[in-house]
Design a protein around this ligand. Structure first.
Ligand code: 5GP
Length: 206
């Protein structure tokens, strides 16, 4: 009576707190694992190949696309990002849930590729002023860089209505609790339990 896993997509503008929320969810939910994306962007200090991303050249990335190895892929700030297919399909069939930290184009494609499997959550900042404060707090950046990040943020926020659930991240613990509740509810939908019809038939016979 294995259920089918849930694809939980957590999207937001950079700086809203998606990474911290993801980390907390992964710690609290033993059945949830993070989908590790392939990317052509450069590795940042502290990032490990195969842990944070699979860092690939553009030629290697294009070959993965060609071979149909990516469930979805998109360009973001002139770099390619994509989700390897194999681990996701294996997890869903084994009844394990997968968390995706991907942007809006990837979320759209994933919904098309895995109809019924995707639950999309968009995290919103409480205000643009608060988002700007968080983006500034990250590092000493030039005004031009802050302005560019805010443009990227606005572009992601503009796609809020693609998502099943929208959570305003005012309070970290509350946000984590809300996203967990969404995941838990998704696990018991009829589509997640393909064995139900037979089970209920058995119940009614006895
Ligand atoms: P970063 O370079 O800061 O790690 O990520 C940049 C953006 O790419 C983030 O919004 C992140 O959610 C998105 N992203 C990461 N992996 C993937 C992926 O596999 N597919 C898509 N479509 N977006 C991704």
């Amino acid at each position: 009576m294995t259920r089918r896993g849930v694809c939980l997509v957590l999207a937001s503008a950079p700086g809203v707190g998606k990474t911290s929320v993801s980390r907390a969810l992964l710690e609290m939910e033993p059945d949830l694992s993070l989908s590790i994306s392939a990317t052509t962007r450069a590795r940042r200090p502290g990032e490990l190949d195969g842990v944070h991303y699979f860092f690939r050249s553009q030629a290697e990335f294009d070959a993965m696309v060609e071979r149909g190895e990516l469930l979805e892929y998109a360009r973001f700030l002139d770099r390619s990002y994509g989700t390897p297919r194999g681990p996701v399909e294996a997890a869903l069939e084994a009844g394990r849930d997968v968390l995706f930290d991907i942007e809006w184009q990837g979320h759209r494609q994933l919904r098309d590729r895995l109809p019924g499997d995707v639950v999309g959550v968009h995290l919103l900042p409480p205000s643009i002023a608060e988002l700007e404060r968080r983006l500034r707090g990250r590092a000493q950046e030039s005004e031009a860089e802050i302005a560019r990040r805010l443009d990227v943020a606005r572009a992601e926020i503009a796609h809020w209505s693609d998502f099943d659930h929208v959570v305003v991240n005012r309070d970290f613990d509350r946000t984590v609790a809300e996203v967990r509740a969404i995941l838990h509810a998704a696990r018991s939908t009829r589509a997640r339990q393909p064995w139900l019809a037979e089970f209920v038939e058995g119940l009614l016979k006895t």
